[in-house]
Design a protein around this ligand. Structure first.
Ligand code: GDP
Ligand code: IMO
Ligand code: MG
Length: 427
């Protein structure tokens, strides 16, 4: 399969990092196409744990070229910190390529992110505070600063002036903060330009040429379907397209080059930050899932909200992304429950609905309709085939496949690279 996209089906943290890393040795390029260092991907290789934020998970695979596409927003300080940390641990980061068209996150984006959240009060989104929304807002508002601007000091200054003009009014007059000077921003950004130069490319051209030459490309989404700015639970979303279509706009590779769409989905559901979540468990069952799944944010350390598997969301993700394969993760976390509930539909105003409701108000009021499946007791972390799984776990898998709109091609039974049951070949 020359070009495949890997996305999250729920609200993030499905285990995309582990899945991408596992496929890394089979592909020539791993491309991040959306988001920035709001992402947190934990990858465990030979007992060593890596937490990746801005770098594509392919960075851990020697021989694979990691690419930061034009759709990503790049915080240069974070980029070089992450490169330094990985290099210290012996990871070769010299193959990394960064799109000249990617936008930069500047210090004022982080400031605006934090003050906006504070002023929203009870209506806050619960962002990661990394400046993601304000950086994308500047991009859309056509006052963004791009990677290529680092190589033309005159243009960089003009762009920073343009971006700061309105923001300083906002910061000083509305939010009562100090003004940010053009000099401090330009000096900081220029301090990275020499180190950036060797990795900056027309990555769209590079990727299409690579595909023409028969190379393989895996696009790795940050965030997930329900956090997509167009298709997620707006306004409780991130500010980019985390769905499969974003791989094209965020990389410069056209849709007809992509032939496989893999969605990673957790065997239950989690969410970080605010917003509707029909199957959320606010009782000790939620606590139990959080504890056994280690559900604490990789980026902000916040406890993740936990709930049961939501099949309408999986079906929605299958439709929006054109999913060809599901990777079901963390099945091992469900070991030990007598019964495992699965949300098969919603009840909205007394009516049963099988699809995502059209309006956000209805989704807020959607109550899960549960079907209960038999649980299992045996440890499954050593299983490597479906036949080795307890019969009840096999039944749970089959039920999820029947309910979720796409075949399950792999099942995660632990965080390690090899802790996967492969049902059918993914690439
Ligand atoms: P991502 O943002 O989608 O890459 O996911 P995160 O890395 O934020 O969160 C997933 C967490 O689950 C990480 O700590 C992974 O190491 C871990 N993980 C991934 N797959 C499995 C699995 O099948 N079983 C268990 N127990 N942990 C897993
Ligand atoms: P990965 O790639 C889970 C959530 C935040 C917040 C909302 C907006 O690890 O799955 P932002 O800072 O993006 O403006 O915050 O989106 N969020 C994530 N939740 N996993 C992520 O990434 C997330 N990235 C952003 O918690 O609710
Ligand atoms: Mg994560």
């Amino acid at each position: 399969m020359p070009a495949s996209v890997l996305v999250g089906a729920q609200w993030g943290d499905e285990g995309k990092g582990k899945a991408t890393d596992a496929l890394g040795s089979r592909v020539d390029y791993v491309v991040k196409f959306n988001g920035g260092n709001n992402a947190g991907h934990t990858v465990v290789v030979n007992g060593e744990t890596y937490a990746l934020h801005l770098l594509p998970s392919g960075i851990l695979t020697p021989g694979c070229t990691p690419v930061i596409g034009n759709g990503v927003v790049v915080d240069l300080g974070v980029l070089f910190e992450e490169i330094a940390e990985l290099s210290e641990r012996g990871v070769d980061c010299s193959r990394l390529l960064v799109s000249a068209n990617a936008h930069l996150i500047a210090p004022y984006h982080r400031t605006v992110d934090k003050v906006t959240e504070r002023f929203l009060g009870r209506r806050r989104i619960g962002t990661t505070g990394r400046g993601i929304g304000p950086a994308y807002a500047d991009k859309m508002n056509r006052v963004g600063v791009r990677v290529q601007d680092l190589f033309d000091a005159g243009i960089l200054r003009q762009k920073v002036e343009g971006a700061l003009d309105q923001k300083n009014h906002l910061l000083t007059k509305v939010y009562n903060r100090r003004a940010i000077t053009v000099d401090e921003i330009v000096d900081e950004l220029l301090s990275y330009s020499d180190r950036m130069r060797p990795m900056v490319r027309d990555t769209g051209l590079e990727l299409v040429r690579a595909l023409d030459a028969g190379r393989t490309v895996l696009f790795e989404a940050g965030q997930a379907t329900m956090l997509d700015v167009d298709h997620g639970t707006y306004p409780f979303v991130t500010s980019s397209n985390a769905t499969a279509a974003g791989a094209c706009t965020g990389s410069g590779v056209p849709p007809n080059r992509i032939d496989r769409v893999i969605a990673v989905v957790k065997a239950y559901t989690t969410r970080v930050g605010e917003g509707p979540f029909p199957t959320e468990l606010l009782d000790e069952d939620g606590e139990r899932l959080r504890a056994s799944g280690g559900e604490f944010g990789t980026t902000t350390g916040r406890p993740r909200r936990c709930g049961w598997y939501d099949a309408p969301i999986a079906r929605y993700a299958a439709r929006i992304n054109g999913v060809t394969d599901l990777v079901l993760t963390k099945l091992d976390v469900l070991t030990g429950w007598e019964k495992v509930p699965v949300c098969v539909a919603y009840e909205v105003d007394g009516e049963r609905v099988e699809e995502m409701p059209m309006t956000q108000s209805d989704f807020h009021h959607a109550r899960p309709v549960y079907q209960f499946f038999d649980g299992w007791e045996d440890d499954i972390t050593g299983c490597r085939s479906v036949a080795e799984l307890p019969v009840a776990a096999q039944g749970y898998l089959q039920a999820l496949e029947d309910l979720s709109g796409a075949p399950i091609s792999a099942v995660g039974v632990g965080p390690g690279r090899d802790q996967t049951v492969v049902v059918r070949d993914l690439l």
